[in-house]
Design a protein around this ligand. Structure first.
Ligand code: NAD
Length: 277
């Protein structure tokens, strides 16, 4: 159903009267870029967007891995492509966005799943480790979002941006040594709010998605320790860590038409952890 606002362009919002096929593939015709799209969470996000009908460009630091996943996600109904990108490098990010603009004409959806975790006690944290974490998780998120945002503004068709974050961007944890990671993710939360505020006039929504622990990716090693895993589960009201698919589902929701009036938020997918602090 179209709902034009005061001076704002019409928005397509799913309605129960829509044909069932359209509801099943609400992202058909949308061009999605998933950075870190071949990582553990990113792969599930890429697959979820493809399942909802989107064209999916998978981008990561390992271009061959990204290309392999893109091939697997390709169907008769949607286009996929794999790219190498280093989101800490402005030239690399600009190349990626230019390639997509040439290949597909633009980008409607960006999900940033690239991330790095290094933990160490704050008093021992090496400056180079701090820089590596902040450079990828925060500066990289900004460079990527800026380049994609420029493309979205130029195309004047609006857009959806989802920035993967973490509960650590909101709450501390005595065990582990999360200073750099937590600070970088707290930065991502405000980056999303600020960009949502600046780019609302372009019909670009920007939201953070703060996950709790998933038994994969950046947390896989920590959760191999049974005592640590039990401590995490005990602190979480739902009594367990998240399944990858639960995080991916939330990302697909924030990327799609069912969240059309949601912007500037951080959605916590954390089993109630932050609510209980
Ligand atoms: N796994 C968890 O428990 C958990 C919890 C909360 C939040 N997160 C966040 O979710 C996101 C995905 O994490 P994951 O667990 O899937 O990690 P992962 O290690 O499986 O994936 C990381 C991805 O980042 C990409 N990457 C690394 N350096 C890059 C660079 N310079 N440029 C572009 N891409 C680069 C890799 O290609 C890879 O696809 C991260 O932002 C992470 O902080 C993860």
């Amino acid at each position: 159903m179209s709902q034009p606002g005061a001076g704002a362009p019409a928005v397509t919002v799913p309605a129960v009267t829509q044909p069932i096929g359209e509801l099943a593939r609400p992202l058909r015709g949308k061009r999605a870029l998933v950075a870190g799209g071949d990582g553990d969470i990113g792969s599930a996000v890429s697959a979820g967007l493809a399942a909802d009908g989107a064209d999916v460009a998978v981008a990561g630091i390992d271009g061959e891995s990204a290309a392999r996943l893109a091939d697997r996600l390709s169907t008769a109904d949607n286009r996929t492509a794999g790219y190498r990108v280093d989101i800490t490098d402005r030239a690399s990010v600009d190349d990626l966005v230019a390639s997509l603009a040439t290949a597909w004409g633009g980008i409607d959806v960006l999900v940033n799943c690239a991330g790095l975790l290094k933990v160490n006690a704050a008093e021992d944290f090496a400056a180079e480790d701090w820089r590596a974490v902040v450079d990828l998780n925060l500066t990289g998120a900004f460079l990527l979002t800026q380049a994609v945002g420029r493309n979205m503004i130029k195309n004047a068709e609006g857009g959806r941006i989802v920035l993967l974050s973490s509960v650590r961007g909101s709450i501390g944890l005595a065990i582990g040594g999360w200073a750099a990671y937590g600070a970088s993710k707290a930065g991502v939360h405000l980056l999303g709010k600020q960009l949502a505020t600046e780019w609302g006039k372009h019909q670009i929504s920007v939201n953070g998605l703060a996950s709790g622990f998933v038994r994969a990716g950046v947390s896989a090693k920590a959760l191999e320790n049974k005592g640590y895993a039990a401590m995490v589960a005990a602190r979480t009201p739902l009594g367990r860590v998240a399944e990858i698919q639960e995080v991916a589902n939330a990302a697909v929701y924030l990327a799609g038409p069912r969240s059309s009036f949601v912007t500037g938020q951080v959605l916590f997918v954390d089993g109630g952890l932050t609510a209980s602090q």
